[in-house]
Design a binder for this molecule. Sequence first.
Ligand code: NAI
Length: 329
Amino acid sequence: SKSPIRVTVTGAAGQIGYSLLFRIASGEMLGKDQPVILQLLDLPQAQKAVNGVIMELEDCAFPLLAGVIATDDPAVAFKDTQVALLVGARPRGPGMERKDLLTENAKIFTVQGAAIGQYADPDVKVLVVGNPCNTNAYIAKETAKKFGRVKEKNFTAMLRLDHNRALSQLAAKSGRTVDSLKNLVVWGNHSPTMYADYRFVTSNGDSVKTLINDETWNRETFLPKVGKRGAAIIEARGLSSAASAANAAIDHVRDWVLGSKGEWVTMGIPSDGSYGIPEGIIFGVAVTTENGEYKRVEGIEVDEFSRERINFTLNELEEERAGVADLLK
Ligand code: NAI
C-alpha cells in the first residue's frame, strides 16, 4: 500500500476547514487509495476548537487517515509537508481598509512562507485560499524562495471557485450539463475584477457562446454575477461561502495531483510573462495538468474586450503587489 502524504491545512478551526478536512480524510482530494496525515495549524486561541474537529475526524474512522497533529507553530505544521492548503487568514474587520487587510495578511504569509521554505518537502504543492489569495500566495512564494529549497512555481492561488461558479452559470444559460463544458478560463485576481472568459467554451463540440448568442448577457449579467457571487452568498446565508470554497480547493489539488485528463482548469499561478502578465505575479490562467505538474495553456487569443478585462484585474494585482513591496525587502 502507498505511504501516507502529509497535508497541512491552516485555519483548521474555521468554516472552510470544517468542510475541507473530512473530504481530504475520506480520499476525495488525493485518491481513494492514498493515506494522508493531516497537519493542522491554527492560532493558539483556536486550539481547543481544532481539538473538537479532531475528535470528529476520529469518530469518522476514516481508513485513509493515517495521523493527525494540531499545532500553533508553523515550523511544526509545515514540516515535510507535501500538500499545503493555506486557508487561515485575517478577515476584514470593521473599519479596516483594504490596505490594512493586505498588511495584516502579509505578516501571516511571510511567516508561513518562511516556514514552508525551510521545513516543507522540496516538491510541496501550495494552494492559498485565504484572501487576498493571489497576493498572499505571492508573498509566501517570495519569502520561501529566499531559502532556495522549494519550487517557486508550486505556489498557487485558488481561482477554482470562480471557475466552478462560471461553469454552473454557463450550464444553466445554455441548457447543457456542467460536465459537458470544456475550455473555460478565469483570468486574474480572485476578486470581483476577475474575468471569466466564455469565448472558447464548448459543449459536445458546440460553441457555448454561439448557443447562448447574447453578448449583452455575458457583459451585463454573467460577469457581474460571477464576480459578486461571494457577496450574494454572504447576504443570503449570513456567512461566507465555505462549503463551495472547500469543494473548489479539493478540485484544485485533486486535478493538480491526479491530472485533468487534457481538460482546461483555472489555477492562479506565478506568471512566466506570457499574456502580458509581469513575471512572478500570481494570476488566474488556464492550465492542463498531468503527472503532478500543471502546464499553462499557451496561445489563447486575446481580443480587445478581453485585453481590457485582463488589464483591469492585473492593475488591481499590481497595486496589491506594490502595497506589500516594503514588507518583502
Ligand atoms: P474563518 O474565519 O471561519 O476561519 C479562519 C480560521 O483561520 C480561523 O480558525 C482562524 O483562527 C484561523 N487563522 C487566522 N489567522 C491564522 C494564522 N496566522 N495561522 C493559522 N490560522 C489562522 O474563515 P473561513 O470562512 O474558513 O475562510 C478562510 C479564508 O478563506 C478567508 O480569508 C476567506 O476570505 C477565504 N476564502 C477564499 C475563497 C477563494 O475562492 N479563494 C473563497 C472563500 C473564502
